[in-house]
Design a protein around this ligand. Structure first.
Ligand SMILES: [Zn+2]
Length: 468
């Protein structure tokens, strides 16, 4: 199990920053070339080594003006990105295969072809892959990948660490002062953002302090929320500052965009009147992206900490964590366009999915994914559809008001080992099963007016004492 660490440059001089930016820009062209040539069905089955040999034979690498190791590592990295895009398309194609045929032998045959990257042999698979694996494009022009044997770190008399990486000229290393006393190791990914270099590298998670922390013994269901990162089936909330963080960030972004729009219109007016100097001044001084990117990075860091802390708290109690598969409904960010709230929510969902996976692996708890359809809408006691009002769920049959997220977490927990509802049960079928169970439950109850309806307030302790 490996995990990513990030070191930052400390007061890097502008000359070095620019030379690294130039190198990253040229390597961006290498990436674009790789995507252009091998980013769709044409590149299937090729290894990065084969691509390198072809480029060397055809002399393609001369175009880029970078050192050999740099473009080779970039080819490897871009091919890995393409492979990831291809594998995610395959997941969707496998789903389509299951929908198409129930014949086990035929399924196995198609899965086999897919796995061996031989889908071109089958017209149906070809069509499917072509529709799910759309040609991607490279958008990365600010990264340099440095192989483990190409960099070294040294401390100066003051104790500051300096990382040396290859530049554009052979044997002329670029020395980057770091803000940390821990030397980055292994393959490095340098990302150039806002006058700073971020040095991303992987470390073995087993050496991290939290990996030594044992997991608990319980089996817990969790529900992902917006106000809190997670609510568990014991009724505890974790990461309760998440909502505040997201709201504050969303308000800040909206306010900033409003101000920027105003400045942009002032600049445009100035340009129309022929005052180019003023227009340019506004563009460079007021409409830059350095500060904006730095603030965004800081916000992302805070949210990640909040979510990871929440997951650690759950794993402190649990040996088995039952959750919805949050990666499955993940649709990418394109769809959300400029809607800040939805974009933030989609991103947080991804972080939560990552945190559940990482922390479970590190601390040895099991993460079980279940089908979470309707878990937030039905009463966990009687199984009826309830009425949702804000963070409450009112069950009209029991007459109880539950805390919606606690109720959902309990339902999620029960989906683990549910004989009828599995991960692959379609949404509509889940609804029918849930409805049928509720009907059965209702038919066993006495008539509503023959017994006084018990009404519990939504205190979480009350709610939980009902749950035995
Ligand atoms: Zn009920």
């Amino acid at each position: 199990m490996r995990t990513t660490r990030i070191a930052y440059s400390h007061r890097l001089n502008a000359g070095k920053y620019h030379s690294l930016t130039e190198q990253a820009r040229r390597l961006g062209r290498v990436r674009s070339e790789v995507w252009q040539r091998y980013g769709s069905a044409g590149g299937a089955g090729l290894t990065d080594r084969e691509v390198r040999d072809r480029w060397l034979a055809e002399g393609i690498h001369h175009r880029f003006g970078v050192l050999a190791n740099a473009w080779k590592e970039t080819v490897r990295d871009a091919m890995a990105d393409i492979a990831a895009a291809r594998e995610s398309a395959k997941t969707q194609v496998r789903r389509a295969i299951r929908r198409r045929t129930g014949d086990q032998a035929e399924q196995r045959r198609l899965f086999g072809l897919l796995k061996a990257d031989r889908w071109v042999d089958d017209p149906y698979l070809s069509r499917q892959m072509r529709s799910h694996w759309r040609r991607g494009h490279n958008r990365t022009h600010n990264q340099i990948v440095v192989r483990a044997d190409q960099h070294h770190t040294r401390a100066d008399e003051g104790g500051r660490l300096w990382l040396a990486v290859p530049g554009l000229v052979r044997r002329q290393m670029v020395r980057i002062p770091l803000n940390t006393t821990v030397a980055p190791t292994g393959t490095l990914r340098l990302i150039l953002r806002g006058d700073r270099v971020e040095i991303h590298y992987q470390i073995d998670a087993a050496t991290m302090k939290t990996s030594q922390r044992p997991c608990g013994t319980a089996t817990l269901g969790v529900d992902k929320g917006y106000t809190e990162a997670l609510t568990d089936s014991d009724g505890n909330h974790h990461g309760d500052r998440l909502g505040q963080l997201l709201t504050a960030e969303s308000d800040r972004i909206k306010e900033r965009n409003r101000r920027r729009a105003k400045l942009r219109s002032i600049a445009n007016t100035a340009a129309r009147r022929g005052d180019q100097a003023k227009a340019e001044r506004i563009a460079t001084i007021n409409l830059g992206t350095i500060k904006r990117n730095r603030q965004a990075a800081r916000h992302r860091g805070r949210v990640r900490t909040e979510i990871f802390t929440a997951v650690h708290q759950v794993v402190d109690k649990a040996a088995v964590v039952v959750a919805e598969d949050l990666t499955k409904t993940f649709t990418g960010r394109k769809q959300f366009g400029r809607n800040t709230n939805r974009r933030l929510a989609a991103w947080t969902k991804g972080v939560t999915a990552q945190a559940l996976k990482d922390v479970s692996e590190r601390r040895g708890s099991a993460l079980v994914h279940v089908n979470a359809a309707y878990t937030s809408q039905v009463c966990h006691r009687c199984g009826c559809f309830g009425r949702r009002a804000g963070d409450r769920l009112h069950c009209t049959l029991c007459g109880v008001v539950w805390q919606a997220d606690v109720n959902a977490a309990i339902n999620v927990l029960r989906r683990h080992g549910d004989p009828d509802i599995t991960l692959r049960t379609p949404h509509r079928a889940v609804r029918q099963i849930v409805q049928a169970r509720a009907d059965r439950h209702r038919s066993r109850l006495p008539l509503p007016d023959s017994s006084p309806v018990q009404r519990a307030e939504s205190e979480s302790s009350d709610v939980l004492s009902n749950e035995q």
